[in-house]
Design a protein around this ligand. Structure first.
Ligand SMILES: Nc1ncnc2c1ncn2[C@@H]1O[C@H](COP(=O)(O)OP(=O)(O)OP(=O)(O)O)[C@@H](O)[C@H]1O
Length: 597
């Protein structure tokens, strides 16, 4: 991606400038506060190396001058804050936060910092901000002329694409729950508005992209500590345009599905509930089945469904041998089986509808639910030690039942081509290939190692068998997700001839738990890379430009995360490697010398 072609939407502000300090008595400053983060104060005296400040509430504090930030003096007059933070005299963290707070209080959730848009999550519906009238207002309006808005960023990208004939990208970044996915949807809504096809067309590409969202969310979202509907995958939506600026195709690319959530929640409930009001539960990935089972067991949910749906849910649950979610290991770890304000039955039907819209046949829909049910049954297979050393067997009858059911559900429908049909001795074109339960057992309890002499079968102990079971469940789920994305892309249709497109990247945010999985590491690494791209775009390139043109200005200090990236992705410098091999050689020689001489 060419950074010059990028628009940015940032949902949180980063640390900006610690302005060159010029403190004296009477200076208005920000001083750190344990509860409020920052409070406004004024310097009244200097005692030794410390500055004495008096806060607006009259509290006297001694602070080292380096910990103080200069504050704009005019905040009392301009109660609404500034719509572009570059207008602030002192662009520092407390100044930025205070400005955002003042604007937020007036429901102004958007603020510019130059060409970057900062969005503060309103956690409430603001329909007046996103209606057709607003879209019409922003259409073609020069950037910065109207109040800051996500439509202005989308419009600027669209205009730049049309005027320069170059593809554009919009990066939506921020921590979990900041509002990235909502912002992405609004950008798509606007692009749909300006680049929509002529009236009278059948279901348009843009409609299909928007309509496929519930499907992706049903399979790729989960409840986390910060967000009830957190995307657990990154998404890059490419909207393709023809030369006249009309949408001609689209493609959705997904990244880094957090597949470990299929088999376990991220942190233990106890740890999370100590600090946070919402427990981290795993829900969205199998929300369809959860709702199937919840609907069966809770009359309340049943009463929410129209009779046809009720009937369908019951038969589906019976068909897949499902029960209350508390009976399934992959669902009961959080002990939470419903979300406030979310009707599982409605969600289930919404997802079914989205499948119809995307063109997933009823046979394929059946297959999807069978696979999901099979994953749930897989999770209930337990193991006990076998007769052989370090081996394992299926624990009891209950586990055997779940294994048999999983195998029965993992059937594969094959439609043979005429050539295949003619070549083989098949009686039918359509074959149903069942999963052999003995093969499934062997897959879970043993590992086959290929050697030069042939293959060796190694028994797995109980914990290794459980790891193997979970790995299978995760892999099946991830493949199903990829298949769904492929299906959506086929249904939406890409325009392979398109020369210009707008890409919207919605990548899920940085998170840090007590124990972080490898997946979390990859997610955080991706976020660090994006941060570096942002640093390069906003700070480094601008500063280089100023230096080149010999413009006198003070350097902005920013936290450069290049060291973190180097630590992860840079090859080990060769002197270290050389030393390692030298050291290894010496130690090997000594061992050989001491043992054999
Ligand atoms: N512009 C907005 N208007 C109204 N509500 C919003 C807006 N942006 C976000 N929200 C609310 O915040 C919730 C969380 O937003 P969203 O799912 O977009 O966060 P996210 O940054 O994508 O989180 P994650 O990284 O966990 O997926 C939404 O479900 C919605 O209720």
């Amino acid at each position: 991606m060419n950074p010059n072609e990028m628009g940015f939407v940032f949902s949180t502000a980063g640390i900006l400038e610690q302005a060159k300090m010029n403190l004296r008595k009477g200076s208005k400053v920000w001083v750190g506060d344990k509860n409020l983060a920052w409070v406004a104060a004024e310097i009244t005296d200097f005692i030794g190396k410390q500055a004495q400040v008096v806060t607006t509430s009259g509290k006297k504090i001694l602070s080292s001058p380096e910990k103080l930030f200069l504050r704009d003096a005019d905040e009392d007059e301009e109660l609404g804050g500034v719509d572009d933070m570059t207008k602030l005299t002192y662009l520092n963290e407390p100044g930025v936060l205070y400005n955002l707070e003042r604007r937020y209080a007036l429901n102004d959730i958007y603020t510019y910092t130059g060409s970057i848009l900062i969005a503060v999550n309103p956690f409430t519906k603001l329909p007046h901000l996103y209606n057709a009238h607003m879209m019409e207002q922003y259409k073609g309006a020069p950037f910065g002329e109207l109040s800051p808005h996500v439509f202005a960023v989308a419009d600027a990208s669209y205009r730049a694409m049309m005027n320069e004939g170059q593809s554009q990208s919009i990066l939506v970044s921020g921590e979990s729950g900041a509002g990235k996915t909502e912002t992405t949807k609004l950008i798509m809504q606007y692009l749909t508005y300006v680049g929509g096809r002529a009236a009278g067309d059948d279901r348009t590409v843009e409609q299909q992209v928007l309509e496929s969202n519930p499907l992706l969310e049903a399979f790729g979202n989960a409840r986390t500590v910060r967000n009830d509907n957190s995307s657990r995958f990154g998404k890059f939506v490419e909207i393709q345009f023809d030369a006249s600026g009309r949408i001609s195709g689209a493609a959705i690319r997904t990244y880094l599905l957090e597949r470990s959530r299929v088999v376990q929640i991220t942190g233990s409930r106890k740890e999370l509930s100590l600090f946070l009001p919402v427990m981290c539960i795993w829900e969205g990935n199998l929300s369809l089945l959860t709702c199937l089972t919840i609907c069966l067991s809770f009359p309340l949910f049943l009463s929410l469904c129209p009779p046809y749906h009720m009937h369908q849910l019951i038969t589906d649950a019976e068909k897949y041998k499902l029960d209350h979610p508390s009976h399934f290991h992959y669902l009961n770890q959080s002990k939470t089986y419903e979300l406030d304000g979310v009707s599982s039955a409605e969600e289930y039907m919404k997802t079914r509808r989205a499948m119809d819209i995307v063109g997933i046949s009823h046979e394929d829909q059946e297959a999807i639910f069978r696979i999901l049910a099979a994953i749930l049954h897989l999770g209930n297979i337990e193991f006990s030690p076998g007769k052989e050393h370090d081996s394992s067997v299926v624990k009891d009858q209950k586990s055997s039942f779940h294994m048999q059911t999983a195998a029965d559900l993992l059937i594969h429908h094959m439609t043979l081509s005429q050539a295949e049909f003619d070549a083989g001795s098949y009686l039918v074109h359509n074959l149903v290939v069942r999963c052999d339960v003995d093969l499934l057992l062997a897959m879970l309890c043993t590992r086959t190692i290929q050697t030069r002499e042939g293959s060796i079968v190694k028994f797995l102990d109980c914990s290794a068998a459980i790891t193997s079971r979970d790995a299978l469940a995760k892999t099946i789920y991830a493949r199903l997700f990829d298949w769904l994305v492929e299906k959506i892309n086929k249904s939406v249709g890409q325009d392979l001839n398109s020369k210009i497109q707008i890409g919207v990247l919605d990548i899920y945010g940085f998170e840090c738990f007590k124990y972080n999985s490898f997946e979390q590491f990859c997610i955080n690494f991706a976020n660090e890379k994006l941060q570096q791209h942002f640093n390069e775009h906003v700070f480094k390139m601008e500063q280089e430009e100023y230096s080149k043109e010999e413009i006198n200005w003070s350097y902005i200090e920013f936290i450069d995360n290049q060291d973190v990236l180097d630590l992860i992705e840079k090859p080990v410098p060769s002197p270290c490697l050389d030393f390692f091999w030298w050291f290894f050689g010496v130690v090997s020689f000594l061992i050989w010398f001491l043992c054999f001489r």
